[in-house]
Design a protein. Structure first.
Length: 195
């Protein structure tokens, strides 16, 4: 498993943060993820992103239109990435960033600006492995009745219990199930890995 530090950046906070969005932010923080609130428009949190990327190799990953390229432009005056013109009738926006591209920063870091999540190839994973990528699920696994529990419908599953009693955010468990189903459905598309 790669040891990649994940930080969640919530951009466009100049629009405000809804109650629902706040629940996601709190949920991710309760799991242990660092969540940064930024706004490229009113220059909020830009310094924090700059500091995080200093001397490191980072990647911006997220849906088209969330402001990845704008953020990149904001943290480094030498960079001038094209920014999407999103329109209200097209949630997807125009795909201005067509390919992932690595930028060298003045702070000694590098940032990979990516066009979006799907292009990242994160779906090429064994469905049995997925549980290890959810830290809160991974931590609870030893408490499950079965050692090889996949936390979908097994009896004595500590993860299902924790999701039901609010010990871990329910939306995360639902995300786990959704991705699990996708990976399970695609299991024949991939070559089996050498064990
Ligand atoms: N209101 C607001 N708009 C922003 C912010 N950051 C980016 N945008 C706008 O969002 C649109 C998409 O930005 P872009 O950087 O191309 O997104 P990307 O597809 O993730 O690279 C552009 O019209 C930006 O001007 C922000 O913090 N606040
Ligand atoms: Mg972009
Ligand atoms: Zn379980």
């Amino acid at each position: 498993m790669q040891q990649i530090n994940t930080v969640i950046v919530v951009n466009k906070t100049d629009y405000g943060i809804s109650e629902e969005e706040q629940e996601y932010i709190d949920g991710y923080r309760s799991i242990g993820y660092e969540v940064l609130e930024t706004s490229v428009k009113v220059k909020k949190g830009i310094e924090a992103v700059k500091e995080l990327t200093e001397g490191k190799i980072s990647a911006f990953v997220g849906n088209s239109g969330v402001g990845k390229s704008s953020l990149l432009n904001a943290i480094d005056r030498n960079i001038n990435q094209k920014v999407n013109e999103t329109s209200t009738y097209s949630l997807k926006g125009k795909h201005t960033t067509k390919q992932a591209r690595l930028f060298g920063l003045l702070n000694g870091g590098y940032i990979l600006d990516t066009p979006g999540i799907r292009e990242f190839g994160m779906w090429n994973m064994d469905f049995e492995e997925l549980k290890n990528f959810f830290p809160e699920i991974y931590r609870l696994s030893p408490k499950c009745r079965y050692r090889n529990c996949l936390h979908t419908d097994e009896p004595g599953c500590a993860v299902i219990e924790a999701a039901e009693n609010g010990e871990i955010p329910l939306f995360r468990y639902e995300n786990y199930l959704k991705i699990f189903e996708t990976l399970y459905g695609n299991r024949h598309l991939y070559f089996t890995k050498d064990k």
